[in-house]
Design a protein. Structure first.
Length: 84
């Protein structure tokens, strides 16, 4: 089952040109565990969301797909921005 959080994490990693292995290490996970999270083999908990958001330098809500006034999430190749 695809996870909305995992998909948003992948999008942010691509957008920021980060390496998944570097994000995993900085968040305190080994690469296999982090990969399992991103591929739906391990449930992403609220604690995981906080750790990953901190490393990605985004608000936790962005991982849930809730846009803040200063964020933008790409959807189907198009950039959506929330009006301020």
């Amino acid at each position: 089952m695809k996870s909305l959080i995992a998909e948003n994490v992948k999008k942010i990693i691509r957008k920021k040109c980060y390496l998944k292995s570097a994000v995993a290490e900085k968040a305190g996970y080994n690469y296999k565990t982090f990969s399992n999270m991103l591929n739906g083999r391990k449930i992403i908990t609220d604690v995981d969301v906080m750790r990953i958001a901190n490393v990605l330098e985004v608000e936790p809500n962005e991982l849930y797909g809730i846009k803040s006034a200063n964020s933008s999430i790409e959807k189907d190749g198009e950039r959506e921005k929330e009006a301020v």
